[in-house]
Design a protein around this ligand. Structure first.
Ligand code: CA
Length: 256
């Protein structure tokens, strides 16, 4: 799950980033409304955590502007403003949830997972596909009831793919989902994690659509001849050339 945190208070921001990262989320943190609007051009965010008291724009105005620009991921307002008028205004402007500071961290994590799930077509506590099950809150994945031993990144990759089975995700989308800004990412890191995930799941789950991306679907391996065609290059060029460099702008040039 990928989170955009909009928070100008450095100590709160650092705490939220550390806590959400520890719970397995990738977090991009911006401290102004302007940066937030730019970052929201990235389609990989699962949820937004929005402070209201920002230096350049009020969070409610930011929400209004962002809604005007286009569809947004679910927004949770995290604010010290406790009056019901603020909550009502925020919710009227399209915020999906409201948590008052100081807050309980486990509650924040649980609410973000709930918001994210509700934003997806198939919503339930668990994501499932055939005999595959992913519990994002507990960070457990099973196949046929047996736990899968996945690394944190492999788990996040599987979570990203199983949210909407059959939907093809580009490498850059997957990379955005897995990593926060500034994280060190080897140029083929996502492909390496995909490779391990495919191996651990076995044949017929993760499918490479050449030149487009990857999807999770339950298909027998032999229904997919292009995967194993001998003589073709093993790894096609990723859709974007920027895999080796992360760490700055969220307004990626490759958001297709
Ligand atoms: Ca603030």
């Amino acid at each position: 799950m990928k989170v955009l945190l909009v928070e100008d208070d450095v100590s709160i921001g650092e705490g939220v980033v550390a806590g959400l990262s520890a719970s397995g989320m990738a977090v991009d943190w911006v401290q102004t409304g302007g940066q937030a609007l730019a970052a929201l051009a990235n389609p990989a965010y699962s949820v937004v955590v929005l402070d209201l008291g920002l230096p350049d724009i009020d969070g409610l105005d930011l929400l209004r502007q962002a809604r005007h620009k286009g569809p947004l991921p679910p927004v949770l307002i995290l604010s010290a403003r406790n009056q019901s008028q603020h909550r009502v205004t925020g919710l009227n402007l399209g915020a999906d949830d409201y948590l008052v500071k100081p807050f309980d961290f486990d509650e924040l994590v649980a609410r973000l997972h709930a918001l994210h799930r509700r934003s997806l077509p198939a919503s339930g506590a668990l994501f499932t596909l055939a005999e595959l099950t992913v519990d994002p809150l507990r960070r457990e994945a099973t196949r046929g009831g047996m736990p899968l031993a996945l690394s944190p990144k492999e788990f996040n990759l599987l979570s990203a793919l199983i949210e909407q089975p059959g939907v093809v995700r580009s490498l850059s989308w997957l990379e955005d989902r897995l990593y926060a800004w500034g994280e060190e990412v080897a140029s083929n890191a996502v492909q390496v994690h995909l490779h391990h995930l495919k191996r651990k799941l076995g044949e017929g789950w993760v499918h490479n659509i050449r030149g487009v991306g990857y999807k999770l679907a339950r298909q027998p391996a032999d229904a997919e001849p292009e995967e194993t065609t001998p003589g073709r290059s093993q790894v096609s060029s990723p859709p974007s050339g920027g895999l080796a460099q992360r760490g700055r702008s969220g307004a990626a040039d490759d958001t297709a």
